[in-house]
Structures are given as structure tokens and as C-alpha cells.
Write a protein that binds this ligand. Structure first.
Ligand SMILES: [Zn+2]
Length: 344
């Protein structure tokens, strides 16, 4: 099969389009022919060999957290899938045996592999996963939309709905609302009946998040988060925040919350260590919640909402798989809105 591999860590030029042997499905495994795969910010970290990914499998490696396609071959004992079935893997290749998996918490599996990090991922014509890692695609959802939309919608769902317990009528701020997860989180929060305040770092992104369902927009580079939240909420603050930036943004977030407010933290691209005023934290009864890994059940839920048009994935641009280098340059430029899709 053709694949994008890395033989050493480094910049976009380390991505090599080449022929590699087809994976062969063992017992309980399914070989999926990939029709679309989406860039994830973590791919950049994997390519660079940074951000705490010591557990990365040995080189050469195939990246790609998201993929969607059709079943091409099944291993011995596979009962749930037939050749030609449309499906996508969940990126958490959970073990199915540990206590968390048995308690329906596969997103905190203690013995999980991760697609594209510790197992070969979706930057290829074919990808190998266990049969229980696959989720069926509804006919109404295209491969491109599945690869682009499901992971960010599911990440946002797990963070805001399941973890931060966002309720209709509450107000939520989405930081990084122009990014891959943020742009999709705005839609999930609006669907949940919340008032959505989208924080973006560029004026062109402000117009686009309004179209996604944001009720208010803050440009945090020109206004500052807490100034913007005070203006919009008349000094009251918000009930909840979903943040994938962290760094100094997290400190500003604490000032933006009402008493009893919740912050769902799904990433740390803006800095891994943050000084927090613990007095403000306990006096205001603020909860900081680590989250952002979804489950196959949440994938199924967002796929059915995508099939009925209630959630609409945002694709910025599509590239042939062979042009992965160009796609990586684009994601690193930050001049995009939504997701970037590779087509094997
Ligand atoms: Zn497990």
C-alpha cells in the first residue's frame, strides 16, 4: 500500500510518500481501506517527536489519528464486520480487558494503544484495527465528513456534555474557537441549548464562528478574554469553559467564570505548566476538569447527529495523500478554519 511515513523526527519535509507492506489482519482484526483521513494537531507533535510522546512506536512510523473507509479484509473470528462495510476506527485502541474498559470507560483504558501514535495510523491506503475499535458510518455521512467531523465533535461532546455537564440555558465560552476542536465545539454547545461565546485570535475567524452558531465573539488578541466576558455578560461571568489552549489563557479563564463554574481542559498547546491562584479557585468553587477523550458510543451519537444534518463538519481544504507535506505546512501556518483532510 501507499503511505506517508516518517523515518526520523523533524519538519514537514520528513514526510515520505512511499510503498509499504499491506498489514495483514490477525484474529479479531479488521483491515480498513482508508478513503479519507484528517490532520490532527497531535500529528505535528508526533512528527516533531515532542510533547511527551515517549511512548511513540519505533520508526518508521505512519501517523494519522482519524480515518474513515470500508472494510477490505477481516481476520479469524471477526463477527461484527463484513467486507465492504463503511466504518471508522476510534483513535483509542482500548484493550477491552482492564477495569476501566469493563466499566464502559474505555476512554481511560489503562492499556490502550493510540491510532497514529503507538500504532500505525490513517496516513495510508489501509489501516489495521481491532473489530471493537470500529464504528459503523451511516449512509448519509461521507468518508470525508466522518474523518473530519467525528473526532472533534466527539471530543467536544465528552468534554462539555458528559464531563462539564453543560445544561440548556447556561453560558459557555469556547476558547480557540477557530481551531479544529473549537470550531466543532461551538456547534455542539449551540445544539445543547447553551449561549455560546466564541473566543478567537483573528478577525476573519470571528465571522466564521458566528455562522457556526456562536452568539457572541471575543477577539482575545485585541480585547482580552476577561474584558470581553465582562462586556458580554454584564460582569456576571460564564457557567462553563472548554479550553484547548491552556498556558496563560487558563489563568484568564478563571477570571471569566461565575462561582461554581467549570473548565473542561482538552489540550495544552499553549503551555504545559500554569500558575493558578488557588485562593480564587476554592473561594469560587471552580472545577478544572481534565477530559477530551471520547468513546465509540459518543462517536456513534455524533455520527447520527451528522447524518441528520444537526452537526456539520468544517473542512478547510482537501489534499491528496501524496501532498501531506503541503497539508502539514498549512496546519503549522495556522491560516485555516476547521479541518484539513488527506485523500489516499
Ligand atoms: Zn482497557
Amino acid at each position: 500500500m501507499k503511505a506517508i511515513t516518517i523515518h526520523q523526527h523533524g519538519g514537514p519535509d520528513e514526510l515520505i510518500f512511499e510503498e509499504v507492506p499491506d498489514p495483514i489482519p490477525g484474529p479479531g482484526e479488521v483491515l480498513l481501506r482508508v478513503h479519507a483521513t484528517s490532520l490532527n494537531h497531535v500529528d505535528i507533535d508526533v512528527r516533531n517527536g515532542v510533547a511527551g510522546i515517549e511512548f511513540l512506536q519505533s520508526l518508521p512510523h505512519i501517523m494519522g489519528v482519524d480515518a474513515a473507509g470500508e472494510v477490505e479484509a477481516v481476520g479469524f473470528g471477526v463477527t461484527r464486520w463484513n467486507i465492504g462495510d463503511r466504518a471508522m476506527p476510534h483513535f483509542m485502541l482500548s484493550c477491552g480487558r482492564c477495569g476501566n474498559c469493563r466499566a464502559a470507560k474505555a476512554n481511560i483504558c489503562t492499556d490502550s494503544r493510540i491510532l497514529g501514535l503507538t500504532a500505525w495510523g490513517g496516513y495510508a491506503e489501509k489501516v489495521l484495527v481491532g473489530e471493537n475499535h470500529l464504528v459503523a458510518l451511516p449512509d448519509a455521512v461521507s468518508y470525508e465528513d466522518a474523518a473530519a467531523g467525528v473526532t472533534p465533535f466527539a471530543t467536544a461532546w465528552e468534554a462539555m456534555i458528559d464531563t462539564a455537564k453543560l445544561q440548556a440555558g447556561e453560558t459557555i465560552m469556547v476558547t480557540g474557537a477557530g481551531g479544529g476542536v473549537g470550531s466543532h465545539a461551538v456547534q455542539v454547545a449551540a445544539l445543547a441549548g447553551a449561549t455560546v461565546i466564541a473566543a478567537v485570535g483573528a478577525e476573519d475567524k470571528a465571522k466564521r464562528v458566528t455562522k457556526m452558531g456562536a452568539d457572541h465573539v471575543i477577539n482575545y488578541k485585541s480585547e482580552g478574554l476577561d474584558t470581553g466576558i465582562n462586556r458580554i455578560t454584564n460582569g456576571e461571568g460564564v457557567d462553563a469553559i472548554i479550553d484547548g489552549i491552556r498556558g496563560s489563557i487558563l489563568q484568564d479563564c478563571l477570571k471569566c467564570l461565575k462561582d461554581g463554574g467549570r473548565i473542561a481542559v482538552i489540550g495544552a498547546h499553549g503551555g504545559e505548566h500554569v500558575d493558578i491562584d488557588m485562593i480564587e479557585l476554592f473561594r469560587k468553587h471552580i472545577s478544572i476538569l481534565g477530559c477530551g477523550r471520547s468513546t465509540t458510543e459518543i462517536y456513534g451519537k455524533v455520527l447520527s447527529l451528522m447524518a441528520t444534518g444537526k452537526l456539520k463538519p468544517i473542512i478547510h481544504e482537501r489534499f491528496p495523500l501524496a501532498d501531506a507535506t503541503k497539508a502539514h505546512r498549512l496546519i503549522e501556518s495556522r491560516h485555516f478554519f476547521g479541518r484539513i483532510v488527506l485523500l489516499p
